[in-house]
Ligand binder design. Structure first.
Ligand SMILES: NC(=O)c1ccc[n+]([C@@H]2O[C@H](COP(=O)([O-])OP(=O)(O)OC[C@H]3O[C@@H](n4cnc5c(N)ncnc54)[C@H](O)[C@@H]3O)[C@@H](O)[C@H]2O)c1
Length: 420
């Protein structure tokens, strides 16, 4: 069989690993993006996402992968996958600008017989009510007959050594059965377990349930962390005990707040749509947001308390923040709670210093900070050290022993570190 061609629209954290998987499965891959500098960088063999190295990009190029800003590649593609951002707009409403723009680009260049798949996280109904009409209008073709259309949410776990595209089951729901099967045929080339869903809305909502589940459960332990502190109960020991139950319990741990492109944003897509269509709130999401968003302030209050115990004011103290990315062992800083923690500390007069093996210069709204040259010296010098992200390279036992006082928001540092 002749080699088949896929265009992946959006070459970011989601689109690029997908391009790699498809290239390795013998597809001819076009990586379509609107950012010329990114396209040049990729074609020059340089990666910009955590999970792919420069050698991975070079391997993709050797396999025939090319990044491009030229949308005409769509017309020669058997499959087109849209992986563009779905951020929040003004007032926290979904911003589908990139999805609409990408759909128009695809529609303008669409040939009959192509399968179009949306991977961007979005509210239920987007593929049918937003993407399909744009594709049909721009192409003059009809979805479900002239071209196939499906939704397949991304489930990437950035930085995970255990789960990648291949061994993570993947959901796909089409506009009709032929569309679902077309998506299964595409992903089946490199995903061990494609899961056919009965509908697109169900596939869209399943993704939002997964992220809302994490959001709500993190909020649950965060709220418990606060009142357990007041009750003089060790929340970390509580969680360790509960986690020994082999059924009916799943472990989540407290922290300085939620970050990344998914958890703080995606549940809003669902709550917005529930309110928009039905007029009432999705209360779990709103409560989870309130609690998780309160955590940076709670961390700052705890830092103030600890300094107070050592007869020091927050105002004028050197606070060293360790780990400012949104997740351990990855460089992605999007929505990282470290940001509001730092801004709140600065508002209270603290002198912010930081260390993160993944970040050289940390861009804060109130001004950038350069990483401490020596982690060891910085830990010894700071009035208080705050562990926000327990990167693997940190020897937290040694750092806790060297620090004047350490607040550990992740529950991984041994005593004398004080836990959140
Ligand atoms: N990052 C994750 O861990 C993750 C996990 C699951 C789902 N998602 C979802 O996947 C989608 C993509 O997220 P991401 O993290 O890859 O975003 P990203 O910002 O890393 O990459 C998106 C890319 O799309 C490009 N782009 C924007 N508009 C475009 C257009 N009209 N045409 C072509 N390219 C365009 C941008 O230049 C950028 O390179 C989002 O809906 C996100 O919620 C992300």
């Amino acid at each position: 069989m002749a080699q088949r061609t896929v265009t992946i629209v959006g070459q970011g954290y989601v689109g690029l690993p997908l391009a790699q998987a498809a290239a390795r499965a013998d597809w001819t891959v076009h990586g379509l993006d609107v950012t010329q500098s990114l396209v040049d960088q990729l074609n020059g063999g340089t990666s910009h996402v955590d999970d792919l190295s420069d050698a991975d990009i070079q391997e993709m190029i050797d396999l025939g992968y090319r990044a491009t800003t030229d949308p005409s590649v769509v017309s020669e593609s058997d499959v087109v996958v849209i992986c563009v951002p779905t951020p929040l707009g003004d007032g926290g409403s979904p911003d589908l600008g990139a999805v609409k723009g990408a759909s128009r680009t695809v529609g303008d260049n669409l040939s009959a017989g192509t399968t179009v798949i949306l991977e961007s996280t979005t509210y239920p109904g987007t593929t049918d009510d937003v993407v399909k009409p744009i594709l049909e209008m721009a192409s003059g073709l009809t979805g479900g007959t002239d071209f196939q259309l499906a939704y397949s949410p991304e489930r990437v776990d950035p930085g995970s050594k255990k789960y990648g595209i291949k061994n993570t089951p993947k959901l796909m729901g089409g506009i009709n059965d032929a569309s679902t099967q077309a998506a299964v045929a595409f992903y089946g080339a490199f995903v061990d377990e494609p899961v056919a869903m009965n509908g697109m809305r169900e596939a869209e909502t399943a993704k939002l349930l997964e992220n809302t589940f994490r959001h709500v459960n993190i909020a649950l332990v965060n709220e418990m962390a606060k009142f357990c502190k007041e009750l003089n109960i060790d929340i970390w020991e509580v969680i360790r005990g509960a986690s020994t139950k082999p059924f009916g319990f799943m472990k989540f741990t407290p922290g300085p707040g939620v970050g990344g492109h998914c958890i703080p944003i995606d549940p809003n897509y669902l709550s917005y749509e529930v309110r928009n269509q039905l007029g009432y709130p999705f209360r779990f999401v709103e409560l989870a947001q309130e609690i998780n968003n309160s955590m940076p302030r709670y961390v700052v209050d705890r830092v103030g308390e600890l300094l107070n115990e050592h007869r020091k004011p927050l105002n004028g103290s050197d606070v060293l923040l360790l780990g400012v990315t949104y997740k351990a062992d990855i460089a992605d800083q999007r929505e990282s709670p470290a940001m509001p923690v730092a801004e709140l500390l600065r508002e209270r007069g603290a002198n912010i210093r930081f260390h993160d093996p993944m970040v050289d210069t940390w861009k804060l709204e109130s001004g950038s900070v350069v990483r401490e040259a020596s982690l060891e010296d910085a830990v010894k010098e700071a009035d208080v050290v705050v562990v926000l992200q327990a990167h693997e390279s940190y020897d937290l036992g040694k750092l806790a022993a060297d620090a004047k006082v350490m607040l550990d928001t992740r529950g991984t540092a041994p005593a004398p570190a004080v836990r959140l």
